[in-house]
Design a binder for this molecule. Structure first.
Ligand code: NAP
Length: 323
């Protein structure tokens, strides 16, 4: 397959996880990067040995050689720039979360469909064999009927981080809780009710949020996320016959799943792979029509519905919201 020519929109920190696998893969090449300032673009392109660089995002969109754009902006402008890229004829892999608003997700995917291009929300953990194996185990019935899911993600952030800015759609649920929502939905389907409690920081975004999602059949997910607790992540599924626990479900530092049944604990081995590589290879192959993109409109709409319902509940003191 002919390598897909990628452009990188912004010089965000997360690019350090995404650029190396794009460069290492025969299915992609990084041809350009854009920053808001020319100085930053110059320095960044030199540092990462990127052949072309632009001091505005608009200039990247005008580069006819760029086929796909990876958007690593803060959350707030994700939809606006996804649509601008799509209207400029580029496929878009946009960082999570696309937005908390389902109507905005629809607008972005309408732009993709209208242009005959692909748009995908970058939930890289979904590509990891650990996630695939977890779903197989649950669907295969190893824990019986799943009834309770617990999903967590927290880490501590420094003052001035874009994640604290309400204008840029910051907040713990947006940034890390979105993984907990995604993992719960992957295992249990689309939630019917949502409730949440949030602790707001001085800037007005949620520093901590604890939520409940209720799925068909009264399967319940408890999710928690925070910016004011040390790094901690986990995903657990409890069923009538046992439980499964993943210690690093989101940015998989050590792969593996623990299965408990009765008094036995079994370790399910999973290959250590780079989920960012799987993600960009999946998207490049999808662009060439070799395989389907793993994530599309339905998943992104489901994500936004659940996130928005949790926020709406938290905003009114935890009253349950119907989805
Ligand atoms: N999938 C993952 O594993 C993962 C991990 C971390 C983050 N993320 C996601 O990736 C995105 C970026 O996160 P990050 O922590 O890497 O961001 P970051 O380092 O703070 O960088 C964001 C970049 O966006 C550009 N930008 C445009 N408007 C901005 C504004 N008003 N304020 C600040 N920067 C602005 C800047 O690039 P220029 O100055 O070059 O224009 C900046 O370098 C977020 O959506 C986050 O949720 C995903």
């Amino acid at each position: 397959m002919e390598a897909v020519r990628w452009g990188i929109l912004s010089t965000a920190r997360i690019n350090a996880a995404v650029i190396p696998p794009l460069r290492d893969s025969p299915e992609s090449e990084v041809v350009a990067v854009a920053s808001r300032t020319q100085d930053r673009a110059d320095t960044y392109a030199r540092q990462w040995r990127i052949p072309r660089w632009y001091g505005s995002y608009e200039a990247l969109l005008e580069d006819p050689d760029v086929e796909a754009i990876y958007i690593s902006l803060p959350n707030g402008p994700h939809v606006e720039w996804s649509i601008r890229c799509l209207e400029a004829g580029k496929h878009v892999l946009c960082e999570k979360p696309l937005t908390r608003f389902p109507g905005e997700v629809e607008r972005a995917f309408d732009a993709a469909d209208g242009a005959g291009l692909l748009l995908m929300e970058a939930f890289m953990y979904r590509q990891h064999p650990q996630t695939v194996r977890l779903v197989e185990l649950v669907r295969g019935g190893v824990v019986g009927e799943p009834c309770l899911i617990r999903a967590s993600f927290s880490f501590q952030i420094e003052d001035g981080n874009v994640r604290l800015d309400p204008e840029l759609a910051g907040g713990a649920l947006m940034d890390v809780g979105c993984y907990c929502v995604s993992g719960s939905r992957l295992l249990a389907g689309e939630p019917e009710r949502a409730s949440a409690h949030q602790v707001l920081g001085p800037s007005g975004v949620d520093l901590r949020l604890v939520g409940t999602l209720v799925f068909p059949g009264e399967v319940v997910a408890q999710i928690d996320c925070a910016f004011d607790l040390p790094l901690r992540q986990s995903l657990e599924v409890f069923g009538s016959e046992g439980s499964l626990r993943v210690v690093w479900p989101w940015n998989v530092r050590v792969a593996g799943i623990e299965l408990r049944r009765g008094n036995t604990v079994e370790h399910v081995e999973v290959a250590e792979v780079d989920a960012y590589r799987l993600q960009s290879d999946n998207f490049s192959r999808a662009i060439r029509g070799v395989e389907a993109p793993l994530l599309g409109r339905a998943d992104a709409v489901g994500q936004a519905r659940a996130i928005d319902s949790l926020y709406r509940s938290a905003e009114v003191g935890g009253e349950p919201m119907q989805l």
